[in-house]
Design a protein around this ligand. Structure first.
Ligand code: ADP
Length: 229
């Protein structure tokens, strides 16, 4: 297996191409995230972080350039194959938790595992283990509305990791929390990712959080700049 879990090369993306509102967001992105590495993606709002993460997570396609996950080129895969790679190999966390409101915390983590072919007892055992590891075990049977913002986000992390993906992509995962909660929740995320060998690309505005990751890259004028912010 390749040591480069996520490889992006020459990615370009323009919205409204050829129209009055044309905006060239990505102008040749080259970035590699290796196995076990946690990389901060720092950029001002509107710089194209979400666009980059969506393309890396196979939720959108670039106009040109290549996405490789686990060493395999993703260009030209059928929608079915892309969906399968996304479900099995990529975990996604957003600024807002997007948990299913009518299901408990536990069920929110069980469901993606069932969709991936796990048995119910195995899925529940893994969900409990993940919730325990981020300190939300005692709230497993509560619905999202009964949880605090920090708890909701920790459940969302567990859901993203439910199928043991090799790549975690996160878009301002603590951006909606107050600074103290953000600190604790970010620590929980780091602890979850460390030790799994997973690669993570985490977009954040927060330079203190960025400094706690292994490496910082900046997105500026449609390109990735490597080095300290
Ligand atoms: P960030 O996540 O860094 O805030 P985005 O990737 O969301 O940035 O957006 C980058 C730029 O592309 C912004 O100027 C935004 O308005 C524009 N944009 C994003 N999505 C679309 C879209 N679907 N259609 C047109 N413009 C878009």
């Amino acid at each position: 297996m390749s040591d480069v879990t996520l490889g992006l090369s020459g990615l370009e993306k323009t919205y409204n191409r050829g129209k009055p509102g044309e905006v060239q967001v990505l102008k040749g992105i080259d970035l590699e995230v290796r196995r076990g590495e946690i990389v901060a993606l720092v950029a001002p709002s509107g710089a194209g972080k979400s666009t980059l993460l969506h393309i890396a997570g196979l939720l959108d396609v670039p106009d040109s350039g290549e996405v490789r996950i686990g060493g395999a080129a993703m260009n030209g895969l059928s929608d079915r194959r892309r969906t399968r790679v996304r479900r099995q190999q990529v975990g996604f966390v957003y600024q807002f938790h997007h948990l299913l409101p009518e299901f408990s915390a536990l069920e929110n983590i069980v469901l993606p595992q069932l969709a991936n072919g796990a048995s119910k007892p195995a899925a529940e055992a893994r969900a409990r283990e993940l919730l325990d590891s981020v300190g939300v075990g005692p709230r497993a049977d509560h619905r999202p509305a009964a949880l605090s913002g920090g708890e909701q986000q920790r459940v969302a992390f567990c859901r993203a990791l439910a199928n043991a993906p090799q790549l975690l992509l996160a878009d301002e995962p603590t951006g909606n929390l107050d600074p103290a909660t953000s600190d604790v929740v970010f620590g929980a995320l780091m602890a979850l990712v460390r030790g799994t060998g997973m690669a993570a690309l985490i977009a954040t505005h927060n330079l203190e959080l960025a400094a706690r990751m292994d490496r910082v890259v900046r997105l500026e004028d449609g390109q990735v700049l490597h080095g300290a912010p």
